[in-house]
Design a protein around this ligand. Structure first.
Ligand code: ZN
Length: 434
């Protein structure tokens, strides 16, 4: 494995995001517990998070906040006392949320508690047992084949006690209460693309937006998958009304083609904005329809909320062999992959921020643009003809119903040009934004 650069050595924003992932990678996270809190402590060095603790047992719609899980150590020792499976070497070795156990058992008794990937005999699988009482270990298939019949000491030194579920949000108010929700799960242990890449891109994006003027408000959520988004929705039903656009970010650091999964409605502004940016930028990509499986978009798009929230990925979860295995490591995520993802999200959100509707103030026939000096300084500009065309499109479509993205899609002209045209027309009182 190449040793990753530290944050201070980072040359590019991609390197900086990769350095954050490298720092977070060793922590044993879960849907509750100190690993999740330690993760937030690192993220909050970059952005000021508001951290919430929700007591175990709290009812959140049809779910209940579970007992808090923490782990100090876990191992399987052979008869000679050697650790043949060791949590300290890799936190994927223990089934996440394993209940405590300390016993000596035979190999046959141990086997139902062991998980491997025979097709990838050198990788450790990632397994969880959040909502049923179980303990188990994950190991490479080659390690399993080396285990000889005999007695084994098994120990999971974990605790499952009533305490709390932790999540964090960062709210960045804009000129309007209308907000963009950016959500990522932060509960997976040592997995880089699934989980940490989303955290890195979301944190960088939040830091950048903080220092930039913006019309819309932004809310960044760092939650444990499923139970975290359900908890946030249950505790924030009033806030939810302000969410006008949303994105779940996950698996955004590998080198695969982009996958954008549309919101349930399928034609939300966020769906069209991301599709436009992906197409314009020319990265290999596919836009897929919503389906009720995947990450927290399942909760945001449930019928009681039906929020316009899509999900941006590079390689789609569950479709690449490294997914949920020890091969989803620091080599699997690339600075360039992260940087391209950041750029796509940033551009899509910028587009939403500028996507206004206008009313033409001179709607009866075209206004005489020449006499207003709008063309001044344009002569000889390489895109003069297209710019003039953009103005005509904006004037024609500005009936208060069509947004600049609508005009962009209908005209086939670039969004930036349409926006420039609208800015110029507004300056000359030919358009009024609504
Ligand atoms: Zn996952």
């Amino acid at each position: 494995m190449i040793s990753p650069k530290t944050r201070s050595e980072a040359d590019t924003v991609g390197d900086a995001m990769h350095a954050l992932i490298a720092e977070l990678y060793p922590i044993c996270r879960s849907i509750t517990g100190d690993g999740f809190r330690a993760t937030l402590d690192i993220i909050r060095r970059r952005i000021p998070l508001q951290v919430h603790e929700v007591p175990s047992g709290t009812r959140v719609f049809d779910w209940t906040v579970p007992l808090e899980w923490n782990i100090r150590d876990a191992y399987v020792k052979n008869a000679e006392g050697a650790r043949v499976i060791d949590f300290r070497k890799h936190n994927l070795h223990v089934v996440n949320y394993s209940m405590p156990v300390h016993a000596t058992i035979t190999l046959d008794q141990l086997k139902p508690h062991l998980h491997t990937l025979p097709d990838h005999p050198d990788w450790i699988p990632y397994r969880t047992s959040y909502y049923k009482e179980y303990w188990g270990f994950c190991l490479t298939h080659n390690e399993l084949l080396k285990l000889r019949p005999g007695d084994y000491e098994v120990c999971v030194d974990s605790t499952l006690v009533p305490r709390s579920l932790t999540y964090a949000e960062y709210y960045l108010p804009g000129e309007t209460k209308d907000e963009v929700l950016v959500s990522c799960h932060a509960c997976h242990p040592s997995l880089a693309n699934d989980n940490l890449s989303g955290i890195a891109v979301a944190s960088e994006l939040a830091a950048r937006l903080t220092s930039r003027p913006h019309r819309l408000s932004y809310r960044f959520l760092f939650v444990p998958v499923t139970i975290g988004s359900i908890t946030w929705l249950a505790l924030n039903e009033d806030t939810v009304r302000n969410v006008k656009h949303g994105l779940v970010l996950t698996c955004v650091g590998d080198s695969g083609a982009f996958t954008y999964k549309k919101s349930q409605c399928g034609s939300a502004e966020i769906d069209r904005a991301v599709a436009y940016v992906l197409k314009k930028k020319g990265n290999p990509h596919r836009v897929i329809d919503f389906h009720p499986y995947g990450y927290d978009e399942r909760q945001y798009c449930s019928p009681g909320f039906n929020l316009p929230v899509g999900c941006l990925m590079r390689s789609q979860h569950g479709t690449f062999p490294e997914y949920h295995t020890s091969a989803d490591d620091l080599d699997f995520v690339k600075p360039q992959g992260l940087e391209e993802s950041l750029e796509i999200v940033e551009k899509a959100l910028q587009l939403l921020d500028c996507n206004r509707r206008y009313v033409n103030q001179n709607p009866k026939c075209e206004p005489q643009l020449g006499k207003r000096g709008i063309y001044q300084g344009l002569a000889g500009m390489p895109d003069q003809k297209r710019y003039e065309l953009a103005m005509l499109w904006v004037l024609n479509q500005s009936d208060g119903q069509h947004s600049l993205l609508d005009v962009t899609e209908r005209s086939g002209l670039p969004f930036d040009l349409i926006r420039r045209a609208a800015d110029a027309l507004e300056k000359h009182d030919l358009l009024k934004s609504i």
